[in-house]
Design a binder for this molecule. Structure first.
Ligand code: BGC
Length: 833
């Protein structure tokens, strides 16, 4: 297959970094291998390798390298082709039955199969296959997939391993000289039954080059240097305090005790803690020195490679914030640094810093951010459970760092608090006694100032003010076609670029208001692989629908939505390529803890956006990994808001370094489950909302100024997020200074899912709250806005000014995105003409 030069360049860049996303959980020194002599390769991920999850986050790359192919490319002689053929057949049969069962259920319930099939994931089947082809060296690749529309389950073949997997993994671990268990997964699996295995590698899902990167690591051409961004524990050890996956109301009773904040605070040891990861070498972290300038804390240290191979280390700095009126988790990640490549014996001096104000917690009683008096213990180390105290910042009295307002609503419960017992380790008391204490001068703490928001161009204001009410309503809706409402299914509501998820209205172009195009992510740009152009416009060639959905769409539905099966051509005309690079999934990127790499990935996306005429990328996505069972966790970064926000900011800066390209950070906020995704209500305290769920968004907005933000499907304390003025206006715009557009998630006209406790979000109510544009838009949404303007909408009234304000922001961002010279945008149309 001949690749375009840009594809080659992108693959090369990714290959030089992607091993940094892998996390080595266990190692006994048997890897890397010295040669490519025979290797026995087993497991579902060997041939059916997963490059990323399902749904809108699935990138339609034109190919990707499976593990089998990657090992072959590297010259390995694979001895288990027969086993892989056998497994392929078993899986094929299981899949056939899985699809048939869902269709039968849908038929019985008299609903379209897509309604039950969307996002449904087949658990890996049990199998009986002789372990043929065993060699001295064996690798078992266990895979799992999940995605949009469906949460994961604590069953075998999903969160748990199947009996067949456990059996074969243990046999191979016992019989082969060198054995590695490789996890081709997007999220956690319960490794309890296979903990004895001496080498375990989280390969994750690395997009187009997954198999090649694994081969590099097996052969020591590169090395894993990632660390977990989510706690890996046995299923039953995860917190059961809050709800998860409820149909209507999901109560976040655990408050701020999410992920490691929970495990550490109740002294429960997980299988593999947050921040953990090994390499082919070892490191020491020596001579930490803390200093304080104003409220800026700096920790310097020396990292030394004390092993015999090259590697990179990720040093982490946690702070134990003193409990006062507010209870506090055992520790909170405050900063981190990744080293350069260090050869055996080499050292690097690193610096980690943060400002004390970032450690402030939300005090609900007063609606303030507060730092309470006491000793702030600084812990430096190589994982959340391998740290030592390197200093203390002492605060003599409480300081309110920011006066805020109440926002987000209130739950019907008090957040859970841990008992006093917390995780501790031998020698901690001595470390505290020895630690250098620095006194924080409270005058040095800054109280947050009002962010400045750039003025809007008066010409844009005038242009929008001159529009009729009808036109204003169009501007606040996606570019729907009144005769073709149902085409707005995931990832295919665009007209200007094939496979794009949507665009703003093109009805006002004659009035000088540009239309701009949006395409999904986050693991790359999601477009159709190829498109044709004829006298009716452009059209996707092949499947623009996520492949996991196609099984559940019958021919009538496919035809009604204008889709053709892969390979079929809908119309005549010239065919163009539109090949996008599949990147590592979100969790994998974060696991690299390498912000330069994250920025580079953004740069790759920006380059392809420019090439294919996309203005807004519908990513990065960074909801918190609140539960390991959320189906979309693979798209998201972490259970920790700091690393989430930093990674999102780095990606944003990469994309937006290309003029005319912007990101859309999503899903704002508390979109932590897929069950009843359109209408589930996340019930969350104000403190957990601010300290955990909003924090990553705040970091990204303040550090990287994203062009756009997408509200989430779910409700927050009984009100849809797109309809909550408090989180859109008071927090997002006024507190953080966000000056982009706010768009809704895709509430698709015509695809409604039965009666539930809560209604769908509506266009008029969303606009009233400052959600500028309702995507992908429909005639019904237009009528809803018009009725609200006319005072005949029973749910809500809108003043013209309220609509104008949203419309100005939509137009303004359009001008910012389209003003840059040299875009290739519209090339398609020009080409065809
Ligand atoms: C997803 C979004 C996505 C949108 C457009 C929705 O179903 O939740 O993340 O950007 O579709 O495809």
């Amino acid at each position: 297959m001949e690749l375009y030069p840009y594809e080659l360049e992108h693959f090369e860049i990714l290959r030089s970094y992607a091993a940094e996303c892998m996390v080595l959980l266990k190692e006994n020194g048997d890897f890397p291998l010295e040669n490519t002599d025979q290797i026995a390769l087993y497991g579902s991920g060997a041939r059916q390798t997963i490059k990323g999850g399902t749904g809108s986050g699935d990138v339609n790359s034109r190919f990707f390298v499976t593990v089998e192919q990657g090992l072959q490319n590297a010259g390995f002689n694979i001895s288990t082709k027969k086993w892989m053929d056998g497994y392929e057949e078993i899986r094929r049969q299981a899949h056939k039955k899985f699809v048939a069962d869902i269709k039968a259920k849908a038929h019985a319930a008299n609903v379209p199969a897509i309604m039950l099939g969307m996002g449904a994931v087949m658990p890996e089947p049990e199998y009986e296959l002789p372990l043929e082809g065993v060699k001295d060296t064996a690798v078992y690749v266990l895979s799992r997939i999940s995605g949009e529309g469906s949460d994961r389950n604590a069953v075998s073949g999903d969160f748990k391993l199947t009996q067949s997997e456990i059996r074969d993994i243990l046999i191979l671990a016992n019989t082969c000289k060198r054995f590695m268990l490789v996890l081709n997964v997007g999220g956690v699996v319960d490794l309890t039954p296979v903990l004895k295995v001496p080498n375990i590698l989280v390969l994750s899902q690395l997009g187009a080059i997954t198999g090649d990167v694994l081969a590099d690591v097996l052969l020591g051409k590169s090395y894993p240097s990632g660390k977990l961004t989510t706690t890996w524990a046995a299923g039953e050890d995860y917190s059961q305090i809050g709800d998860f996956g409820n149909e209507d109301d999901t109560r976040y009773r655990e408050g701020v005790y999410v992920g490691y904040r929970y495990f550490d605070s109740i002294a429960k040891t997980p299988l593999f803690p947050f921040g953990f990861g090994l390499g082919y070498t070892q490191f020491s972290i020596d001579d930490p020195v803390i200093s304080l300038e104003g409220s800026h804390v700096n920790v310097a240290a020396t990292v030394r490679n004390i092993g015999s191979a090259s590697g990179k280390d990720v040093v982490q700095l946690y702070v134990s914030v003193p409990s006062g009126k507010l209870d506090q988790p055992y520790q909170t990640l405050a900063a981190f640094a990744k080293t350069e490549e260090l050869k055996a014996g080499q050292i690097q001096h690193i610096n980690m810093n943060f400002v004390m104000e970032e450690l402030a917690s939300f005090d609900t009683a007063r609606a303030v951010n507060v730092l309470e008096a006491g000793d702030y213990l600084l812990r430096i180390g190589s994982s959340s459970r391998d740290t030592c105290i390197c200093g203390i910042v002492r605060l003599d009295h409480e300081v309110v760092t920011q006066q805020l307002s109440h926002a987000g609503g209130t739950p019907d419960f008090e957040d859970w608090k841990p008992q006093s017992q917390q995780w501790t380790y031998n020698g901690e008391a001595e470390e505290i006694a020895r630690a250098k204490v620095l006194i924080l001068n409270t005058d040095a703490l800054s109280t947050a100032s009002q962010p400045s928001i750039p003025e809007i161009d008066p010409k844009v204001i005038q242009l929008v003010n001159d529009l009729s009410n009808h036109e204003l309503a169009w501007l606040c809706l996606g570019n729907y076609r009144s005769d073709n409402e149902s085409s707005s299914v995931i990832g295919n509501a665009g007209f200007a670029v094939a496979g794009a998820a949507g665009e703003t209205t093109d009805r006002l172009q004659e009035k000088g208001i540009p239309s701009y195009v949006m395409a999904d992510g986050p693991a790359g740009l999601r477009l159709s692989r190829q498109y044709g152009a004829d006298e009716q416009g452009i059209y996707s060639v092949g499947d623009a629908v996520p492949s996991a959905f196609i099984d559940f769409m019958d021919e009538n539905l496919m035809a009604a939505l204008g889709f053709k099966k892969s390979g079929e051509m809908a119309r005549s005309g010239k065919i163009y390529d539109q090949y996008c690079t599949a990147l590592p999934i979100g969790t994998a990127l974060a696991q690299s803890w390498n912000l330069e790499f994250c920025r580079t990935c953004g740069d790759i996306v920006g380059d392809e956006m420019k090439r294919f005429g996309i203005h807004l990328w519908l990513a990065p996505a960074f909801n918190i990994h609140r539960s390991p069972f959320c189906g979309r966790n693979y798209e998201y970064f972490s259970e920790d808001p700091l690393i989430s926000g930093k990674v999102a900011a780095a990606i944003t800066l990469g994309v937006q370094s290309h003029p005319g390209c912007g990101v859309t950070i999503k899903h704002y906020v508390c979109n932590n489950q897929e069950t009843n995704r359109f209408r589930s209500n996340s019930v969350v305290s104000e403190r957990a909302l601010r300290d955990i769920y909003l924090r990553g968004f705040k970091i990204c907005v303040e550090e990287a100024r994203p062009y756009a933000l997408m509200t989430s499907y779910n409700l927050l304390n009984g009100v849809h997020t797109s309809e909550r003025e408090d989180i859109l206006k008071d927090i997002l715009r006024e507190e953080w200074g966000f000056d982009g557009i706010v768009m809704s998630d895709w509430v698709v006209a015509g695809v409604k899912h039965g009666v539930k406790k809560y209604p769908y979000a509506t266009a008029a109510k969303s606009i009233k709250a400052g959600n500028d544009i309702m995507m992908p838009g429909s005639e019904a949404d237009h009528s809803d806005i018009m009725a609200a303007l006319a005072g005949t909408n029973e749910m809500v009234t809108l003043t013209r000014d309220e609509v104008v304000n949203c419309a100005i922001r939509v137009a303004q961002v359009g001008f910012r995105l389209t003003e840059s010279k040299g875009r290739l945008f519209n090339i398609i149309v020009k080409d065809f003409e």
